[in-house]
Ligand binder design. Structure first.
Ligand SMILES: [Zn+2]
Length: 408
């Protein structure tokens, strides 16, 4: 892979061994659409290693053995690429960037992100906003990134919105981040200007420790994407921007509660369809409504019925992506038998007691936060959430081994 920056415009050329269909860190296959993209409004004089890491968040899935940058990378950064991906990076030269002093929040407007922001009330936001690519037709006009950007400004925080078309480098499965970390490409390039030593993401317990989402269902202490000692954690640290997960020890039930109790609650938005509020009809709205209803101890309010395509997976037996939260919701929502989750509830047979661990904080998540920011998170969790006891901790550390095997 060869990459070149011209201002904020990135172009890259595949080497013979590279492939058009690559794999992201979560093992998801991603097909390349076009070999250029732009990140607007970033300074021209960022540290060389920051340009390299920003580029890597975009080109990593399609790079096999080597990457040639248009400016030198420090020996430390080259080593992180080698150790993490087996990739030879060059040219090598210069010195590594020292970590800055500030923490910024990579702000998406979702409940997890708002919860992370609530723990650090003085931290500035960097918000990624999707814009159209000049050569790739936008077949996803319902995705209203303008609404989120407006809401971010309404929080009253110091907000830097970075506009980019980088998601259109992806043809399949759909436009999106080539790697989850590409959301940080703009923040990385702003790190010198903003004096950043850390970037906080809203990834919660499920994403960090339970394998996350739809890919894995097992305890993942060595999570490649989000553990500080994982490939991405070490790469960001080598560029002096530590990955920080303020809500990495708590479930989506806790982040939802924190977000709904937060001064930022009016700006929480997890659905990108529609302009006046969540659409209530997409799969994400259905999942989030289950969690919110559980947290608020009320029946679900949804127009979606079990026969609708977005509800189909909940009619099948487990395992499910985000299964811990399905268990939590099924155990707590009154009248669950009259919702699209009725079948899932029968399969899972979860109880309030069996899901009580999801109301507390997993302590090892605090230990891996860099020292300068650890105390503030620990204090918040101690006073607002409370920590898991030994038995609850064991639920995290045996996740995926109990009832549905580890093969999925
Ligand atoms: Zn929706």
């Amino acid at each position: 892979m060869r990459v070149r920056w011209n201002g904020g415009e990135l172009t890259f050329r595949l080497d013979p061994e590279d492939e058009i269909t690559g794999r992201a860190a979560d093992d998801h296959p991603v097909k390349l659409a076009t070999n250029s993209c732009e990140i607007r409004g970033v300074p021209g004089d960022a540290h060389d290693d920051l340009w390299a890491v920003a580029a890597w968040t975009i080109v990593a899935p399609w790079t096999r053995r080597r990457i040639t940058f248009d400016r030198p990378v420090s020996p430390e950064l080259a080593r992180a690429l080698h150790d993490g991906w087996g990739v030879e990076a060059g040219p090598v030269g210069g010195t590594a960037r020292a970590a800055g002093r500030r923490l910024a929040i990579s702000y998406s407007g979702g409940a997890d992100s708002v919860a992370a922001a609530t723990i650090f009330p003085d931290a500035p936001f960097v918000h990624f906003r999707r814009v159209s690519h000049r050569r790739v037709p936008n077949r996803w006009p319902h995705y209203r990134s303008d609404v989120l950007a407006k809401l971010a400004v309404q929080t009253g925080r110091e907000v830097t919105t970075v506009e980019s078309d980088l998601e259109f480098t992806l043809a399949e499965p759909r436009p999106g981040y080539p790697e989850h970390h590409a959301v940080a490409a703009g923040a990385l390039l702003l790190a010198d200007e903003m004096d950043l030593g850390g970037l906080a993401f809203g990834y919660e317990l499920g994403s960090r420790w339970l394998g996350g989402d739809r890919y894995l269902l097992r305890y993942t202490p060595d999570n490649l994407m989000w553990a500080p000692h994982g490939a991405w954690g070490r790469l960001f640290a080598a560029a002096g921007v530590h990955i920080v997960l303020p809500v990495g020890g708590v479930s989506e039930a806790v982040t939802m509660r924190i977000a709904l109790e937060s001064p930022l609650k009016e700006q929480v938005r997890w659905c990108l369809r529609g302009t006046g509020g969540p659409c209530r009809t997409c799969g994400k709205c259905l999942y989030k409504e289950l969690i919110q209803a559980a947290v608020e101890r009320r029946p679900m309010e949804t127009p979606i019925t079990a026969s609708r395509p977005v509800a189909r997976k909940w009619q099948e037996p487990p395992p499910y992506g985000g299964q811990e939260m399905i268990e939590y919701g099924c155990a707590r929502v009154p009248g669950i038998e009259r919702t699209p989750f009725a079948k899932a509830a029968q399969y899972l047979r979860a109880t309030e007691e069996s899901t009580a661990w999801l109301d507390h904080c997993y302590r090892p998540a605090i230990d891996e936060i860099p020292g300068v920011w650890r105390g503030q998170v620990a204090e918040f969790m101690a006073t607002r959430v409370g920590f898991m006891d030994e038995a609850q901790t064991r639920r995290v550390e045996t996740w995926g081994t109990e009832t549905w095997g580890t093969e999925r």
